[in-house]
Structure formats: C-alpha cells, structure tokens
Ligand binder design. Structure first.
Ligand code: MLZ
Length: 265
C-alpha cells in the first residue's frame, strides 16, 4: 500500500524531474515474482560473498524476495530482486563444481553441516528454474544528474524503498539522498546498483513505497517540545539553520545525540 504519497503531485511540488529509466540497471517492465513462501534456492551469503548457501523465501514484496539462510538465525534476513545474479536454482552450485557452504554464524557445530544440509533439502520445495530471471545488463555509462528523483532501498532498513534524489555524481558513483531525512540514510553507490529504481517502480511491482520523511529541519534544542516551538518561530517552512554552535542539551548528553535520536525515529 502506497499511503497517500503521489509522485505526480510531489514532482510538481518540488519542481523536480525523475531520472529516466535508461539510467538504471533494471528491466523496463519489472520481472514477475512467481516465488512462494517456503521455497528454497541457492544464494550468495551476503556476509561472506564467496559462499553459496541454501536460502528460504520467508517473504515476498514486489519484485523482491525476503531470504533467510538455512542454518542461520532470523536476525540476518536480506532482500533480493527476483532477477538478482546472487540467487540461483538448487543444484547450480554443484553443477559448477562448487560446494554448498554453511552460512556465516551457522547455529550448529561445523561438523554437523553435511547432515544439516541433507535434512534441510529433504522434502524441500525447491524454487523451479523457470521462475528465476536473468539479471538485466548494466547501462553503458552513468547518466544520472544531480537533482533527479528515484526510488531507492534504504540500506539501513532494507525492507523499505523510499523516494530519493541524486545528491552528487562522481565518475561511476552517485550519492543517493533520502527525501526528508536530512542525510541520515544517504549512501554512495555505483550508478548500476540494483538498489535503485526509476520513479513508478514500486507502483508497477506492488512493492510498498514509503512516503518521504518529514525531518526537513530538525529542532536542535534539548527538549522536543521546546524544539517544536523554536522551529515554528524560525519561520513557516523551517528553512533557517539551527542555532549555530553553542551548548545544546543537558550536561552529560553528548552533542548531537538528541537530534540523531530524533532523525532515526
Ligand atoms: N528509523 C525509522 C525508519 C526510517 C526510514 C527512513 N528511510 C529513509 C524506523 O525505524 O521506523
């Protein structure tokens, strides 16, 4: 569900342009997601990328899968596009002469891995090869420009895809800035990252696009209530900078801690 956020309205309000689809390493029509919860597949271990592991689909969102490595805990789930090159049908690793590995942080003794593998695959529903999609090719060069709008995975909260703006371009790197979050979630990535999508992607895939944040100008005074009052006095649009320098907060609280806490709420 997309809340009440409308790109059309937002682009008008902000007088901005979406990054054209040819900028992205995404297929122009999003791939279908024919996976089911519980299906197993092979995935690269995100914490140890030389390992191929068994993963189970524990969630589906738009063109993405929420994956959990078998033998891992439930605190390290990760999300992959159905056309990611980091997932493949069970059997691929062996076919290529590789060996399936236990995930980093395997919850049992390493010596029990062979038996664990046998048991986890026994009677498992394996994702059929036909529902995997080929990864789209990378655009030949970086076509992004500062100010262009996009949808991007929040890497600190990777289940979220959020409205974002290109903040800087340097060679093949781009700065993805999240609208309304004052830099707290921004990151640099390559222009052909799989974590960024053209405007409208989520509405095509049925993924959930978060609305922009509202932290355009965070009150920097020690008490939230006082902060709201002072930010209101600073002007209707909260566009003036916070009081520069000086002591903020009670003694004992580190400078910047409160505003950080507010940003991350
Ligand atoms: N910290 C918030 C999520 C903020 C998401 C911001 N995305 C750019 C929370 O945990 O609810």
């Amino acid at each position: 569900h997309q809340g009440h956020f409308s790109w059309e309205k937002y682009l008008k309000e902000t007088g901005s342009q979406p990054a054209p689809p040819h900028c992205f390493r995404q297929s122009c029509s999003p791939p279908s997601n024919d996976y089911k919860i519980g299906m197993k597949l092979e995935a690269q271990d995100p914490r140890n990328t030389t390992s191929t592991c068994i993963a189970s689909v524990v969630g589906l969102t738009g063109a993405r899968l929420r994956l959990r490595l078998d033998g891992s805990d439930n605190k390290n789930d990760f999300w992959r596009l159905v056309d990611s090159s980091e997932i493949q049908p069970i059997g691929t690793c062996e076919k290529n002469g590789g060996m399936l590995q236990p995930p980093l942080g395997f919850r049992l003794n390493a010596s029990s891995w062979p038996m664990f593998l046998l048991k986890t695959l026994n009677g498992a529903e394996m994702a059929p090869a036909k529902i995997f999609h080929k990864e789209p090719p990378s655009p030949p060069q970086n076509h992004f420009e500062i100010g262009m709008k996009l949808e991007a995975v929040d890497r600190k909260n990777p289940h979220f895809i959020c409205p974002a703006t290109i903040g800087e371009v340097r060679g093949s790197e781009i700065l993805v800035t999240f609208d309304g979050w004052r830099g707290a979630f921004d990151y640099w990535c390559r222009y052909d990252s799989r974590d960024i999508f053209p405007v409208g992607w989520c509405s095509l895939t049925g993924d959930n696009l978060q609305p922009p944040g509202t932290k355009v100008a965070i009150p920097k005074s020690p008490l939230p209530a006082a902060g709201i009052a002072t930010s209101m006095m600073r002007g209707p649009k909260n566009l003036l900078p916070a009081v520069p320098g000086g002591k903020r907060g009670k003694p004992g609280r580190k400078k910047g801690q409160l505003s950080k806490a507010l940003i991350h709420q």
